[in-house]
Design a protein around this ligand. Structure first.
Ligand code: ATP
Ligand code: MG
Length: 463
């Protein structure tokens, strides 16, 4: 993309309505625009990152054997009356009447609708296990929408639902989700810690929330600092293996890590004092096992091997897709702007032309642009007639992890400059070599080396 042709409405001033850094930076970098309280338009740069995050979620769900589907945002109240949640849900549910006076609602979550689909089409245990998910807009009329996309009223969520014959099978589905979520967040450059949580209005027995530690997080969390050393990395695991998934579950959840709702001072006291931590966290996902709560209420049964009809065991599993943009920025920024992890960056590298109009500099930039594009990478070329300082400031603000700076002086010596947004370190090298370096960084990234890179980062909010 050439910046002169892009839509990137960056703001020079700090918007006064933004209280936290991620909200401020998303507005300043021209990623989102509020349309009404807690409801946003996604401008091209923000939308690009949102899509990258969605893609990672889709890839990891596919790897775990879950099927993508899509349910409507507007649902009939009838199903919600069956489960009893139409009355239970309260003011957060946006209720709508259609022209025929029928009660409708904008989906805050979709247990009822998926259970209805299931009961219409599945009647035998032979069709289990089954997990389906969607990435779809949700609406919750939050009392206090704030912090930009972190607590919106309209927000994008991945919600997945498992259907199993027995409790044991459903617990395997629970563990499998935990494993797939660990991979998902790491690919986004995030360390999200599974913490024992409270099930709230969805109801249920087992639930973990995934929290990203950040001072601006809305939840208070308590944990054994040893949990922050755990990484999933690029282990190959068989998602059908009950033992393997259970072992990972055990590894990642046996140390103390809880939200304030489930915090237990006595248990916490057993953690060695030097490892006891209290901090703030951003909830980026949650997994639930809730047994037969909805299947019993809504008659979702299957015929078991013994010929008897039994309600299926279910769980639901969510990822805050749009909230993740805020969470990633909270975890990865500096005074100059965003620092995108390679896994979600909107463009792979920026090209800054220090002297637009200089025939040699222009040609070198065009050649870099063409080489990177030919490798399947997306560069953002700042080809505007602007001062170098302004170009650097924009690149820093929007946070591309790598920048190639091209100027007549360097070109005389046959070199351009490659700069890491994260460390600020620059290196001079021939243009071809800069292209190779960027190619290698992203090739390594695909094969899991990013986790190692993440572990070596000293940036404090990466914990
Ligand atoms: P919270 O406690 O933050 O209100 P929740 O527990 O009610 O969230 P879930 O039903 O678990 O939310 O939804 C799954 C995920 O969707 C959450 O883990 C969170 O990341 C995201 N999410 C929930 N509410 C919002 C919101 N208002 N804005 C943006 N993302 C949200
Ligand atoms: Mg939750």
């Amino acid at each position: 993309m050439r910046l002169s042709r892009y839509f990137l409405p960056v703001l020079k001033e700090n918007p006064s309505e933004a209280q936290i850094v991620s909200h401020r930076l998303m507005l300043r970098a021209g990623m989102i625009k509020q349309s009404s309280a807690g409801i946003y338009s996604w401008l091209p740069l923000g939308f690009k990152v949102l899509r990258k995050i969605e893609n990672i979620v889709h890839e990891e769900q596919a790897r775990a054997g879950h099927h993508a589907m899509l349910m409507p945002t507007i649902q009939s109240a009838d199903l919600w009356r069956e489960s009893g949640r139409y009355d239970a849900y309260g003011e957060e549910m946006l209720r709508i009447k259609d022209r025929g006076g029928r009660d409708m609602l904008f989906t805050p979550t979709a247990e009822e609708l998926i259970t209805d689909i299931f009961r219409a089409h599945v009647s035998s245990y032979k069709d289990l296990p089954l997990t389906m998910y969607q990435i779809q807009w949700k609406f919750r009329d939050e009392i206090r929408p704030r912090f930009g996309v972190m607590r919106g009223r309209e927000f994008l969520m991945k919600d997945g639902y498992n259907f199993d014959l027995t409790k044991e099978d459903a617990l395997h589905a629970y563990n499998r989700h935990l494993v797939s979520y660990l991979r998902t967040y790491e690919r986004m450059g995030l360390r999200a810690i599974p913490m024992r949580a409270d099930s709230g209005p969805i109801g249920g027995d087992d639930t973990h929330e995934f929290l990203v530690l950040a001072d601006t997080g809305e939840s208070e969390v308590f944990y054994d600092s040893a949990v922050t050393d755990l990484t999933f990395g690029d282990r190959e695991i068989d998602y059908d293996s009950v033992e393997q998934c259970a072992a990972i579950m055990e590894e990642f959840t046996s140390k103390y890590a809880r939200t304030d709702e489930t915090h237990d001072e006595a248990l916490f006291g057993e953690v060695p004092e030097e490892r006891r931590r209290t901090a703030r966290g951003i909830e980026v996902g949650q997994i639930f096992y809730f047994g037969t709560k909805y299947s019993e209420a809504m008659g979702a049964t299957v015929q078991g091997p013994d010929g008897k009809n039994v309600p299926v065991h279910m769980g639901s599993h969510g990822i805050g897709v749009s909230r993740l943009l805020g969470a990633i920025i909270e975890a990865s920024h500096d005074d100059n702007g965003i620092i995108w992890p390679e896994g979600v960056t909107p463009f792979h590298a920026g090209i800054v032309n220090l002297k637009q109009g200089d025939a040699e500099a222009d040609a070198a930039c065009e050649a870099l642009y063409a080489s990177l594009t030919a490798l399947g990478l997306e560069p953002l070329y700042d080809d505007r007639n602007e001062r170098a300082g302004g170009k650097f400031a924009t690149m820093d603000l929007i946070g591309l992890p790598w920048r190639i700076t091209v100027g007549p002086r360097g070109l005389k010596n046959g070199v351009v400059e490659l700069t890491s947004r994260r460390t600020g370190e620059s290196e001079e090298m021939p243009p071809e070599q800069a292209v190779e370096r960027i190619r290698d960084i992203y090739a390594g990234h695909k094969h899991g080396q990013h986790v190692e890179m993440m572990a070596n980062r000293s940036f404090h909010t990466y914990i």
